[in-house]
Design a protein around this ligand. Structure first.
Ligand code: SAM
Length: 242
């Protein structure tokens, strides 16, 4: 990228976008999305809302887990022609529980520059307000739904670092119950709808969180942050919502 912020030819940009609040878009991300030849978006309709908000008219194509095998060679072709391409996901940082890995590896293999445009990601936003240890943590993404779930939970029981998980509203109650069974009662934070109108941070023990979720039907997006097994215990605190 040059000093004016225009995109460099033959460069793939991995651009973070907001996780809810459109104001969290960085100046640099806007500059890149304005100046690239093409934006490869997980869902072009979702990205169009963001682009329209900022008056950006750059063409988009879809790039998601179901079409990446076909789409990646096309994107590489564009880079080879000297075009610049930005990859965005529906929310947050591409490559974090979102498509990007395949095109990043393919572009690197072909010798193209791959440049990050950093910005929001739900895992970091949740971790830094959790009050749990942030010096060492492990990001587990979504737990497997069926095969391998029990094994992963048993592994997590021994994990000393703070554990960060993503979860959908229709599975969060089950996941909290199973974490309680496998890990024993531990401090947890449920960060819901970060940066959005109904943002809420529930802090308490896993047993408190299980009760909290059973009382009120879970809605919205959740990050679960659980303390590691060796983290210093600061005593049991009752669950509180922000
Ligand atoms: N690439 C995204 C990132 O950088 O955070 C993650 C995409 S992943 C498909 C979606 C999951 O991220 C959701 O199920 C939820 O666990 C988490 N997430 C995304 N936005 C969130 C938000 N505003 N509040 C809480 N969790 C969120």
């Amino acid at each position: 990228m040059n000093r004016q912020g225009a995109a460099a030819p033959g460069t793939l940009y991995i651009v973070a976008t907001p996780i809810g609040n459109l104001q969290d878009m960085s100046h640099r991300a806007l500059e890149v999305l304005r100046s690239v030849s093409l934006i490869a978006a997980e869902d072009t309709r979702t990205t169009r809302v963001l682009l329209d908000h900022y008056g950006i008219t750059t063409p988009t194509v879809s790039y998601h887990s179901h079409n990446e095998v076909r789409r990646v060679p096309q994107l590489l072709e564009r880079l080879a022609e000297g075009s610049s391409v930005a990859v965005v996901s529906d929310a947050g940082t591409p490559g974090i529980s979102d498509p990007a890995g395949v095109v990043v590896r393919a572009a690197l293999d072909r010798g193209f520059s791959v440049v990050p445009i950093p910005g929001p990601t739900a895992l970091v936003a949740a971790l830094v307000v959790s009050g749990l240890r942030t010096d060492r943590f492990v990001f587990e993404g979504f737990l497997p739904v069926k095969k391998g779930r029990r094994t992963r939970l048993n592994e997590l029981a021994k994990e000393e670092r703070t554990i960060v998980l993503y979860e959908s509203p229709h599975r969060v109650e089950r996941t909290i119950r199973e974490l309680l069974e496998a890990l024993g009662d531990r401090r947890v934070v449920l960060a819901r709808e970060l940066t959005k109108m109904f943002e809420e941070h529930f802090r308490g023990m896993l047993s408190d969180a299980a009760v909290h979720l059973a009382e009120k039907k879970p809605r919205g997006e959740y990050v679960i942050v659980v303390e590691g097994v060796e983290a210093p215990k600061r005593g049991r605190s009752a669950g509180t919502a922000m």
